[in-house]
Design a protein around this ligand. Structure first.
Ligand code: SF4
Length: 300
């Protein structure tokens, strides 16, 4: 199976998309924050990013889902900053404190190629939302240089459908978090408005584009939707509603990684209801509920 960008798009179409996305950055509405700042002239919005690409690190990563990691790792590129401001972010130095360095579009393309040369099974774009135009531009160069592995869009789920439509037939694997099922909790803990409404529309659009996760005979993910859900203490993640949404409005064949590794990080200690790990009982309840709703892929 070829990646979608080789199977369905030609360089002209890709360059039109890149140009359209660049335009969206002029009065930025790349994501639902809709900050309306001119990123091209150096202004920054909620994601604290001008138009210059910043990354924190890149390399084969073995801590992702086994279907992304395979034998040689997932080729992660960690973009600096984020369009969310989660008070408990476990990568807060990268996402909130801006640790990273600037690179050119050409360098971004070369990183993609170097990850492919190291045998990585995919290019895993971590927190890509605020750099989507630059990623598409880099892809044009990387394809010229022989890129031919799937692209993974690894995001927090706070995505604009308008931007996602520009990624149709470019992204092979969408990997959004669904963090909460309550808008007020999302605003309090991640500083974003209407998260539950936004993430449902975004995940529906992602699933429309790529369908359920397809895994090849070697056990490697090639295309489709992979949802992550981190269980938070005191059911702040609203897990049952998240599971109901996936089961009723996406697909019971959705690959859903229900994660138990929450630990208080960054500013979580200032929030009484976030200041502990989850209990086994809290986690088991979520798993059992997912099983009772007919979900079965991605968790054990
Ligand atoms: S990408 Fe950044 S500047 Fe643009 S709307 Fe989102 S948070 Fe605001």
């Amino acid at each position: 199976m070829l990646p979608l960008y080789l199977e369905k798009l030609n360089p002209y179409e890709l360059s039109v998309r890149a140009e359209f996305l660049k335009k969206l950055s002029e009065e930025c509405r790349l994501c639902p924050n809709e900050c309306a700042v001119n990123r091209l002239s150096g202004e920054t919005g909620n994601c604290q990013s001008s138009y210059e690409v910043m990354i924190s690190s890149y390399g084969p990563h073995f801590g992702e889902e086994p279907e992304l990691v395979g034998l040689y790792g997932s080729g992660t590129i960690f973009f600096t900053n984020c369009n969310l401001s989660c008070v408990y972010c476990q990568n807060y130095d990268i996402s909130q404190l801006g640790v990273g360095h600037k690179i050119s579009i050409e360098e971004l393309a070369d990183i993609m190629i170097s990850l492919q040369r190291r045998g990585c099974h995919n290019i895993n774009l971590v927190t890509p939302t605020h750099f989507v135009p630059q990623i598409v531009e880099a892809l044009l160069i990387a394809i010229e240089k022989g890129l031919e592995i799937p692209l993974v869009y690894n995001c927090g789920g706070y995505e604009s459908v308008e931007t996602l439509k520009m990624l149709e037939n470019i992204i092979d694997i969408y990997m959004p978090d669904i963090k909460y099922s309550d808008n007020e909790i999302a605003e309090r803990l991640s500083g974003i408005k209407n998260y539950w409404d936004v993430v449902r529309a975004a995940v529906k659009e992602m699933h429309r584009q790529v369908g359920d996760l397809h895994i090849d005979r070697m056990g490697i993910a090639k295309r489709g939707l992979l949802v992550r859900h981190l269980v938070l203490p005191n059911n702040l993640s609203g897990s049952q509603k998240v599971i109901d949404f996936i089961a009723d409005e996406i697909s019971k064949d959705t690959y859903l990684n229900i994660m138990d590794q929450y630990h208080p990080a960054f500013n979580a200690g200032k929030y009484n209801d976030l200041n502990r790990r989850i209990t086994t009982d809290e986690y088991d309840k979520v798993i059992n509920y997912a099983i009772s709703r007919g979900l079965r892929r991605g968790f054990s």
